[in-house]
Design a protein around this ligand. Structure first.
Ligand SMILES: [Zn+2]
Ligand SMILES: [Zn+2]
Ligand SMILES: [Zn+2]
Ligand SMILES: [Zn+2]
Length: 486
């Protein structure tokens, strides 16, 4: 690990292993908001292809335009010969493997299987010295990743073993000197170490393994953020990070109560979070926060008190006015909500958008009766409505729901969080499209203030944002001047 520390020294970071936390990364000097702490190219990565993102993507840069299939294997796509050349060292070996596999089987391979095939190939190419290892790129860092094999249940183990067998079949060992057990262990490593590669707007593009970034631990109140510029992963400080502080990012959605966050972390990453937010579990602040984000509202529509379960378990009591909401009434609305949600998503997936909108609006009305105005469920429902209105290019409706989400986002996430900036960005974009120039300037400026810290200023997404803000400001100024002249 001396080599690892030497590589980190150059970046003013310090690697440590603590008994209660395992591997950790610390700042070895002060970092300012927006400063890059660490950037890393993927050891291996694959584009995603699923229902949410059905388009084929370039294997190297994830672009969806000008794609051509590799003429060797007819499986992988590239947007340019430049991307193909960049990927060639690894793909030339992968190409031989994939072209031997039955076409139907290849097309049914999931991204995680393809990622594993790549991982095995890269390991082999390193052993054969076709791909050189370096202080920052080597299979030994993959070997050092946490696997949690002992925490995995039998069903999951069996699944990993089956997947490992399939990988073996594709690779046609013994060429690869990896046994099924090792591959299965690598699958469990991928499950808790692989990162979802996203575009500037945080829409998923693919999956990649970034062994250095995997050292960074989780917090539900992180001081740093991970974003991607193409395939490059970049970790930036979201706030001032003093020397000696642990660098922390979030692994899961940090909106939601402490119990919800802890459940998500336990299920995917097998640890109980003890971050600065989670250690408050059960304290009065934390109880109030959970009740606001996931609890019920007061029966009195004028009262904004939060409700807690009554000791006799007959219902929920408003902590402000003392009104009781009976369990039965809550259960009734919950049942109706559930069946309406099923109906709405069925309508949406069968393409009946107008009917789906009516159903989601009905859900909204029920949620407003049941939950607090800043509830996560309400926020998620509004997001769905925005998405449908965007598909219908109904910017007016999309904007009205987007405006509702902004305060909810600001309530659920830290102030400088990228998702808050992106929600302002979305509002600004709709306002711009609707010709509401002054409002657009306000929203886009707010977006820019947050996103220049989390995203930097150099990526194509940010360059475009900066340009739009300038354009909107110029137009607002022009409108103001022509008003003065009139
Ligand atoms: Zn490309
Ligand atoms: Zn090929
Ligand atoms: Zn936590
Ligand atoms: Zn009340």
């Amino acid at each position: 690990m001396e080599e690892l520390q030497n590589a980190l020294d150059k970046k003013s970071l310090k690697f440590s292993t603590l008994p209660e936390k395992g591997r950790c990364l610390f700042a070895a000097r002060d970092f300012s908001p927006g400063e890059v702490l660490l950037s890393e190219n993927p050891y291996v990565c694959v584009p995603n292809k699923n229902k949410e993102s059905p388009l084929c993507k370039c294997e190297w840069c994830f672009s969806t335009t000008n794609l051509k299939k590799c003429s060797g294997c007819h499986v992988i796509w590239y947007c340019s010969s430049k991307c193909q050349r960049s990927d060639w060292k690894l793909h030339s070996a992968e190409c031989k493997v994939l072209s031997k596999v039955d076409k139907q089987r290849v097309n049914s391979l999931t991204p995680s299987l393809l990622l594993m095939v790549k991982l095995c190939i890269r390991r082999k190419l390193e052993i054969e010295k076709v791909i050189p290892t370096s202080a920052t790129e080597s299979y030994k860092y993959v070997e050092a990743l946490v696997s949690h094999m002992s925490d995995i249940n039998e069903k999951q183990l069996l699944l990993y073993a089956q997947m490992a067998n399939l990988v073996n079949l594709i690779l046609q060992c013994p060429d690869f000197q990896l046994n099924v057990k090792e591959i299965a262990e690598n699958f469990s490593k991928l499950a808790c170490n692989a990162h979802t590669i996203c575009d500037g707007e945080l829409r998923p593009l693919g999956t990649g393994l970034y062994p250095f970034i995997s050292i960074i631990n989780h917090s539900c109140l992180p001081n740093s953020v991970l974003v991607f510029e193409g395939r490059l992963a970049v970790v930036r400080a979201m706030q001032h990070i003093p020397k000696g502080t642990e660098v922390l990012i979030s692994y899961v959605d940090i909106a939601g109560s402490t119990l919800t966050r802890q459940k998500a972390l336990k299920e995917q990453y097998y640890f109980t979070c003890a971050c600065s937010r989670c250690i408050k579990l059960g304290q009065s602040d934390d109880i109030r926060e959970s009740a606001v984000l996931e609890g019920y509202r007061c029966k009195d529509s004028q009262c904004d008190g939060f409700l807690l379960r009554n000791s006799d378990d007959k219902g929920f009591i408003c902590q402000q006015c003392g009104f009781l909401r009976e369990k039965e009434e809550i259960t009734n609305i919950t049942i109706k909500l559930k069946s309406m949600s099923e109906k709405a998503s069925a309508l949406l997936s069968s393409g009946h958008k107008t009917e789906a909108i009516e159903a989601y609006k009905m859900i909204e009305r029920m949620q407003l009766l049941l939950y607090q105005p800043f509830s996560i469920s309400l926020m998620r429902n509004w997001e769905t409505l925005i998405k449908i209105f965007m598909e219908l290019q109904d910017w007016r409706e999309a904007l009205s729901y987007c405006r509702l989400t902004v305060p909810a986002y600001e309530r659920a996430y830290p102030r400088s969080y990228p998702l808050v900036g992106l929600q302002y960005y979305m509002c600004g974009k709709f306002e711009w499209l609707l010709g509401e120039t002054e409002a657009a300037v306000r929203s886009l400026t707010k977006a820019l203030d947050i996103l220049r810290v989390t995203h930097g200023t150099k990526s194509p997404f940010m360059v475009e944002l900066v340009n739009t803000v300038e354009e909107a400001r110029a137009e607002a100024l022009y409108k103001l001047h022509s008003q003065v002249r009139d």
